[in-house]
Write a new protein. Structure first.
Length: 151
Protein backbone atom coordinates (compact mmCIF):
# COMPACT_ATOMS: atom_id res chain seq x y z
CA UNK A 1 0.00 0.00 0.00
CA UNK A 2 1.35 3.45 -0.92
CA UNK A 3 0.27 6.31 1.33
CA UNK A 4 1.11 9.99 1.35
CA UNK A 5 0.35 12.71 3.84
CA UNK A 6 -0.41 16.36 3.22
CA UNK A 7 -0.61 19.03 5.88
CA UNK A 8 -4.10 20.58 5.82
CA UNK A 9 -4.23 24.02 7.46
CA UNK A 10 -7.41 25.79 8.61
CA UNK A 11 -7.79 29.57 8.50
CA UNK A 12 -10.41 32.22 9.26
CA UNK A 13 -10.50 33.94 5.89
CA UNK A 14 -6.75 34.12 5.22
CA UNK A 15 -6.17 30.81 3.41
CA UNK A 16 -5.53 32.45 0.04
CA UNK A 17 -3.02 34.93 1.49
CA UNK A 18 -1.29 32.16 3.46
CA UNK A 19 -0.99 29.97 0.36
CA UNK A 20 0.48 32.88 -1.58
CA UNK A 21 3.09 33.47 1.14
CA UNK A 22 3.97 29.78 1.15
CA UNK A 23 4.27 29.83 -2.66
CA UNK A 24 6.75 32.70 -2.45
CA UNK A 25 8.74 30.81 0.20
CA UNK A 26 8.69 27.29 -1.24
CA UNK A 27 7.88 27.83 -4.93
CA UNK A 28 5.36 25.70 -6.78
CA UNK A 29 1.80 26.26 -7.86
CA UNK A 30 -1.26 27.31 -5.87
CA UNK A 31 -4.72 26.07 -6.81
CA UNK A 32 -7.78 27.56 -5.10
CA UNK A 33 -11.47 26.73 -5.25
CA UNK A 34 -13.85 29.13 -3.52
CA UNK A 35 -17.23 28.41 -2.00
CA UNK A 36 -18.83 30.45 -4.83
CA UNK A 37 -17.20 28.21 -7.43
CA UNK A 38 -19.00 25.27 -5.81
CA UNK A 39 -22.38 26.97 -5.93
CA UNK A 40 -22.60 29.31 -2.93
CA UNK A 41 -24.38 32.55 -3.94
CA UNK A 42 -21.85 35.24 -4.91
CA UNK A 43 -23.25 37.67 -2.35
CA UNK A 44 -22.98 35.21 0.58
CA UNK A 45 -20.48 36.28 3.26
CA UNK A 46 -18.18 33.28 2.69
CA UNK A 47 -18.48 33.10 -1.11
CA UNK A 48 -14.94 34.30 -1.83
CA UNK A 49 -13.34 32.16 0.88
CA UNK A 50 -11.29 29.06 0.13
CA UNK A 51 -12.99 25.69 0.38
CA UNK A 52 -10.15 23.76 -1.31
CA UNK A 53 -6.68 25.27 -1.57
CA UNK A 54 -3.39 23.56 -2.21
CA UNK A 55 0.24 24.27 -2.87
CA UNK A 56 2.37 21.72 -4.69
CA UNK A 57 6.07 22.20 -5.33
CA UNK A 58 8.33 20.39 -7.81
CA UNK A 59 10.35 19.15 -4.82
CA UNK A 60 7.33 17.34 -3.36
CA UNK A 61 6.13 19.72 -0.65
CA UNK A 62 2.33 19.76 -0.45
CA UNK A 63 0.08 21.93 1.70
CA UNK A 64 -3.69 22.24 1.74
CA UNK A 65 -5.62 25.21 3.11
CA UNK A 66 -9.24 25.87 4.02
CA UNK A 67 -11.19 28.86 5.32
CA UNK A 68 -13.49 27.75 8.11
CA UNK A 69 -16.95 29.05 7.13
CA UNK A 70 -19.04 31.39 9.23
CA UNK A 71 -16.25 33.66 10.36
CA UNK A 72 -15.25 31.31 13.16
CA UNK A 73 -11.62 31.44 14.13
CA UNK A 74 -9.79 28.12 14.30
CA UNK A 75 -8.27 27.47 17.70
CA UNK A 76 -4.76 28.91 17.89
CA UNK A 77 -2.36 27.85 20.54
CA UNK A 78 1.04 29.22 21.31
CA UNK A 79 4.59 27.94 21.34
CA UNK A 80 7.47 29.42 23.32
CA UNK A 81 10.84 28.52 24.80
CA UNK A 82 10.99 28.27 28.56
CA UNK A 83 13.92 26.95 30.61
CA UNK A 84 15.45 25.33 27.54
CA UNK A 85 12.24 23.56 26.53
CA UNK A 86 9.57 24.19 23.92
CA UNK A 87 6.26 24.73 25.70
CA UNK A 88 3.11 24.60 23.58
CA UNK A 89 -0.59 23.88 23.58
CA UNK A 90 -0.67 23.45 19.78
CA UNK A 91 -1.57 19.99 18.51
CA UNK A 92 1.10 20.06 15.77
CA UNK A 93 3.95 21.94 14.09
CA UNK A 94 4.81 21.87 10.39
CA UNK A 95 8.36 20.59 9.95
CA UNK A 96 10.43 21.40 6.88
CA UNK A 97 13.84 19.77 6.51
CA UNK A 98 16.32 21.17 4.01
CA UNK A 99 19.42 19.48 2.68
CA UNK A 100 21.59 22.60 3.08
CA UNK A 101 21.75 25.52 5.49
CA UNK A 102 21.25 28.10 2.73
CA UNK A 103 17.99 26.37 1.73
CA UNK A 104 16.77 26.36 5.34
CA UNK A 105 17.77 30.03 5.73
CA UNK A 106 15.81 30.95 2.60
CA UNK A 107 12.66 29.27 3.97
CA UNK A 108 13.22 30.90 7.33
CA UNK A 109 13.60 34.38 5.89
CA UNK A 110 10.42 34.02 3.83
CA UNK A 111 8.32 32.81 6.76
CA UNK A 112 9.82 35.23 9.31
CA UNK A 113 8.12 38.40 8.00
CA UNK A 114 5.51 39.21 10.65
CA UNK A 115 6.29 35.99 12.54
CA UNK A 116 6.99 35.32 16.20
CA UNK A 117 10.35 33.61 16.57
CA UNK A 118 10.22 30.73 19.05
CA UNK A 119 13.81 29.58 18.51
CA UNK A 120 16.16 31.47 16.16
CA UNK A 121 17.62 29.57 13.21
CA UNK A 122 21.08 28.49 14.36
CA UNK A 123 23.32 25.46 14.70
CA UNK A 124 22.14 22.95 17.29
CA UNK A 125 23.49 19.76 18.85
CA UNK A 126 21.65 17.70 16.21
CA UNK A 127 21.64 19.92 13.13
CA UNK A 128 23.74 22.52 11.28
CA UNK A 129 20.60 24.67 11.40
CA UNK A 130 17.42 24.51 13.47
CA UNK A 131 14.78 27.13 14.18
CA UNK A 132 11.12 27.49 15.08
CA UNK A 133 8.68 30.31 14.40
CA UNK A 134 4.96 31.01 14.30
CA UNK A 135 4.13 32.80 11.05
CA UNK A 136 1.75 35.73 10.73
CA UNK A 137 -1.10 33.30 9.98
CA UNK A 138 -0.62 31.37 13.23
CA UNK A 139 1.15 28.30 11.80
CA UNK A 140 4.21 27.13 13.74
CA UNK A 141 7.06 25.92 11.55
CA UNK A 142 10.13 23.90 12.50
CA UNK A 143 12.88 24.53 9.96
CA UNK A 144 16.04 22.42 10.08
CA UNK A 145 18.89 21.02 8.06
CA UNK A 146 19.28 17.29 7.57
CA UNK A 147 22.19 15.78 9.45
CA UNK A 148 23.67 12.35 8.68
CA UNK A 149 23.31 11.44 12.37
CA UNK A 150 19.60 12.34 12.55
CA UNK A 151 16.81 10.71 10.53
Amino acid sequence: MALTTTTHLNFAGTACAALELYRTVFGGDVHVTTYAQLGMPQDAPDAAKVVFGRLETPGGLRLMAYDVPGGSRPARGSARRENGLTVTDQPFFVSVRAERLDEAASCWEGLADGATVVEPLAASAWSPGFGMLTDRFGVTWVIDVASPAVG
